[in-house]
Design a protein around this ligand. Structure first.
Ligand code: MRU
Length: 367
């Protein structure tokens, strides 16, 4: 089995040096291929922005902060691609605009994607009259790298704030994958769990398998194995049983976008999990960097929700056989919105935000 210990991946072929989920090396964007974990550990390399957009769509890379960083590096690649077409800064800017639109269209729900693209494009726009095209290209790459570096630092701060909410002996239900794989490193909700474990707290994780892409069963379980944190995988529909039976003390998840009133868009199933937690008086926390908070949207109904290929639902196999009739049709809604009344607190890098979210979120974002 593939493992990394002390941040060194240990494969059958030997130790792979410590690495991030998304990183820049040899003038290429490199990413851990999350479609094939845990069966195989492979790094894929990208040299053009269109392939990066496709990789985001196909979920080679996934998780809100990770796709934001990947898109920013995608713009850096677009800058290099543009060099062969135009030597002028205006030509470069036009190519970057087009690349930004392509990358933005790859997945609609995670606001980190738009946030990262806008951050890079705003910088390029500001500097266009002061720098040569070549200097702008370097600047864009540096900004993408800064976004990636900051993400790790922000996750660590968030994890410290979140770990303070975890008590010795807690069993935590966790939804989707929100760990190092979903970010550049460390992670959001799983980062909190990782930090609490490193602080010596004895905790247990119930890992929602997260149908249909199984980010919990495949990726979260794989990460927890690496960190030596005890866990059990449950199918998503078992969470209510554990909550009602008093066998879980906390519910933790990340988010792809949080509206100004604290409504949380996250992986499909988060809403039902939060309802069951609320009904049983179990606190449910969303762990999100402030870049995931979209103050331009007043409430969660305004968040665009991705619907993916039905084949992701229909193609699941059981005992080697496809489970669904050949002619079956399906819906594949990738995210849902949990209303703010079901959320106990929102953990950010600036501290834990409590209701009323419509007042408090703004203060934390501006801090
Ligand atoms: O479809 P995915 O796997 O990209 O969805 C990921 C999630 O829903 C995560 O919970 C979310 O991005 C926040 S964790 C960094």
């Amino acid at each position: 089995m593939l493992r990394f210990l002390d941040k060194n991946f240990l494969t059958d072929a030997g130790k792979i040096p410590c690495m991030r989920t998304v990183f820049w090396e040899d003038n290429q964007l490199k990413m851990i291929d999350q479609r094939i974990l845990p069966a195989r550990f492979e790094i894929v390399s990208y040299s053009d922005h269109k392939s990066v957009a496709q990789a985001i769509k196909d979920m080679v890379v996934r998780g809100a902060p990770a796709i934001g960083a990947a898109a920013a590096f995608g713009l850096a690649l677009a800058g290099y691609e543009s060099a062969s077409r135009s030597a002028s800064t205006s030509g470069l800017l036009a190519d970057l605009q087009a690349a930004s639109a392509t990358l933005k269209a790859s997945r609609p729900t995670a606001v980190n994607l738009t946030w990262a693209l806008e951050r890079v494009m705003t910088l390029a726009g500001k500097m266009k009259d002061e720098r040569s095209a070549e200097e702008l290209r370097q600047l864009i790459l540096k900004e993408a790298q800064r976004i990636a570096d900051e993400d790790v630092e922000i996750n660590k701060r968030m994890a410290e704030h979140g770990a303070a909410l975890i008590d010795e002996g807690d069993t935590i239900i966790h939804h989707c994958n929100t760990g190092a794989l979903a970010a550049v490193d460390w992670g959001t909700a799983l980062g909190v769990i990782h930090t609490a474990h490193e602080q010596g707290k004895k905790i247990h994780v119930l890992v929602d398998e997260t149908r249909p892409r199984l980010q919990g069963a495949r990726l979260t379980a794989w990460e927890l194995d690496q960190y030596g944190i005890p866990y059990e995988i449950i199918s998503d529909n078992m969470a209510g049983y554990f909550l009602k039976a008093g066998k879980a003390q906390k519910v933790l998840f990340g988010a792809d976008r949080v509206a100004a009133n604290g409504d949380v868009a996250n992986k499909i199933g988060t809403y039902m999990l939060s309802l069951a937690a609320h009904d049983n008086g179990v606190p449910a926390y969303a762990v999100v960097p402030t870049s995931t908070i979209d103050l331009t949207l007043a409430h969660g109904d305004l968040i665009p929700i991705e619907e993916r290929d039905p084949e992701e639902v229909l193609g699941i196999q059981f005992q080697g056989e496809r489970v669904t009739p050949v002619e079956a049709e399906a819906r594949n809604i990738a995210f849902d919105v949990t209303p703010n009344r079901l959320i106990t607190g929102i953990v950010t890098e600036n501290g834990v935000v409590y209701p009323p979210f419509d007042v408090n979120l703004k203060n934390f974002v501006e801090r």
